[in-house]
Design a protein around this ligand. Structure first.
Ligand code: FAD
Length: 479
């Protein structure tokens, strides 16, 4: 008798380890159709950006290789509609059930609800799981049953909940392939890679595979006792760099959490800031789930009327790393070349955009979305609203980062700046944070002509700060 067949629909869970949907499907004894649907138009204005597409290409290739070790072929389908693709597949092969791990963004929830209904109408079971967060966002509420808007109580509430261990059960089972050959698009046909080869640096910086993530996780554990000491130093590899692996699900947050807990000493754990960051990730997901409009509107509604001063020229200079502030420009160039930016510099660069330059945070969020390999709607939204003062538990708008002091404090020997702005490499370390303050002869000796090799600052720090404060007081007065 032929076996029942089921589909495992991979989405942002591109792994076989600790993957609840995959585990449940394989444990059911069904023959498996592993499926990925590329359907960018369903994501509307948050369709994956170029850097994320690059990552996805490699993550799918890697997943496909992992599946081959089980004798399975990943079925790739490029489509306008996931529903029509799933329906087509159920007509091509008699499918008993579809398994997937949930995505918690509103657009995905709406789509998945429709799909669930349509499949149920055809008597196809749908089994869904949480494979991307430590906790389902709808399961956490404050004493009044409302979502949290402040991180610390949210975090404390999470700490009282039982954390599941990673589920690695199916390794003991043989996995069965679907009985017939199914049509699959080639990976190249998804056109995820750039046509102009701007990805050379990214390929050197990242190993976008499950084993690349495992390597970084091992390193992260080894350095976790020094995390708090080094996490703010952008030239140091003090943070895990696991964000894209978490976003695409090559490493699960449960695995991350479990591995750190298992391998760290009690003393290290008492100060383990890295695990705390995982709860910021949970908090972001919680916020976006409960306040889905915040991907492009402020959580604090009064900020709708904030007097931004939209200017494409300023925005373009910021995007290109041409602001004249070395720490900001180094960050923007790191982003462009590697698809990633250190968190401390994300804060300085984003603050500079929304405060010194008075550009709407949404513009910055879109640029990050297109250029980050870890672009994540929940984290990006929370990051930008935090800096824009309009989100949950946000840094107040009137607190303006001083990019020169931040630079001196967190990149004191200018290793980071010199790496990403080689044109400034001959400037003495104590002067590099504000090169416009140098004498012309000093600049000449360093081989830098401001306005030619490197720009003059697009705005003075005091002027930018004052402009931000004036806008803020105008905004407060208008409430
Ligand atoms: P680690 O310090 O090693 O932290 C471990 C993990 O915790 C990270 O991989 C990440 O998943 C999570 N995490 C860490 N910091 C935060 C945070 N502040 N908020 C939420 N989760 C966090 N992160 C993204 O993953 N995607 C984004 O699109 C994104 N956009 C951001 C935009 C702005 C303006 C700012 C200020 C921050 C943004 N962040 C974003 C958060 C943070 O900068 C990155 O998660 C972090 O730099 C990733 O590096 P890491 O993996 O070495 O982090």
């Amino acid at each position: 008798m032929s076996k029942d067949t089921c589909i495992v629909w991979f989405r942002r869970d591109l792994r076989l380890h600790d993957n609840p949907a995959w585990n449940a499907a394989t444990n059911s004894g069904c023959a498996i159709i592993p499926l990925f649907i590329h359907s960018p138009n369903e994501d509307g204005k948050w369709r994956r950006g170029a850097a994320s597409n690059w990552w996805l290409h490699h993550a799918l290739k890697d997943l496909s290789t992992q599946l081959e070790t089980h004798g399975l072929s990943l079925i790739l389908r490029s489509s306008e509609s996931s529903l029509s693709e799933l329906t087509a597949l159920t007509l091509e092969s008699p499918v008993k059930a579809v398994y997937w791990n949930r995505c918690y963004e509103e657009q995905s929830i709406n789509r998945d609800t429709l799909i669930k209904k349509a499949l149920a109408a055809d008597a196809i079971e749908v089994k869904t799981f949480n494979g991307s967060l430590l906790f389902d966002p709808l399961k956490i509420a404050n004493k009044s049953g409302l979502p949290y808007k402040v991180f610390t109580p949210f975090w404390k509430a999470c700490l009282t909940l039982e954390l599941k261990a990673p589920d690695t059960s199916p390794a003991n089972k043989s996995v069965h392939n679907a009985p017939q050959e199914l049509k699959s698009d080639s990976l190249d046909a998804l056109k995820l890679l750039p046509t102009i080869p701007w990805d050379t640096d990214m390929a050197q910086f990242w190993q976008p595979t499950r084993s690349g993530g495992q390597k970084l996780l091992k390193q992260a554990i080894a350095k976790s006792s020094h995390y708090l000491e080094f996490r703010d130093i952008p030239s140091d590899d003090g943070t895990s760099r696991l964000s894209p692996y978490l976003h695409f699900g090559q490493i699960s947050p449960t695995e991350f959490h479990h591995e750190v807990l298992t391998h760290c000493t009690a003393k290290d754990l008492a100060h383990n800031g890295m695990l705390r960051q995982l709860f910021w990730r949970e908090f972001s997901a919680h916020l976006l789930y409960h306040f889905p409009h915040t991907h492009d509107q402020p959580l604090r509604n009064e900020y709708q009327s904030f007097p931004w001063d939209y200017d494409t020229e300023l925005l373009t200079k910021w995007q290109r790393g041409q602001t004249g502030y070395p720490i900001v420009d180094a960050g923007m160039r790191q982003l462009w070349k590697t698809g990633w930016m250190h968190n401390r510099v994300r804060m300085v660069a984003s603050s500079f955009l929304v405060k010194h330059l008075l550009q709407p945070w949404q513009e910055g969020a879109h640029w990050f979305w297109d250029t980050l390999v870890d672009a994540d709607l929940a984290n990006n939204t929370q990051g930008w609203q935090w800096i824009g003062g309009c989100g949950a538990d946000a840094s107040p708008y009137f607190r303006v980062f001083n990019p020169i002091l931040q630079s001196k404090k967190f990149d004191p020997d200018a290793t980071y700046i010199k790496k990403w702005l080689p044109e400034l490499r001959n400037i003495p370390t104590d002067q590099i944070h504000a090169p416009w303050e140098m004498e012309p002869l000093e600049l000449e000796a360093a081989g830098v002509k401001l306005g030619t090799e490197y720009p003059f600052p697009i705005i003075g720090h005091q002027e930018g700060r004052q402009q931000a404060l004036d806008a803020y007081s105008k905004f407060k007065d208008s409430l």
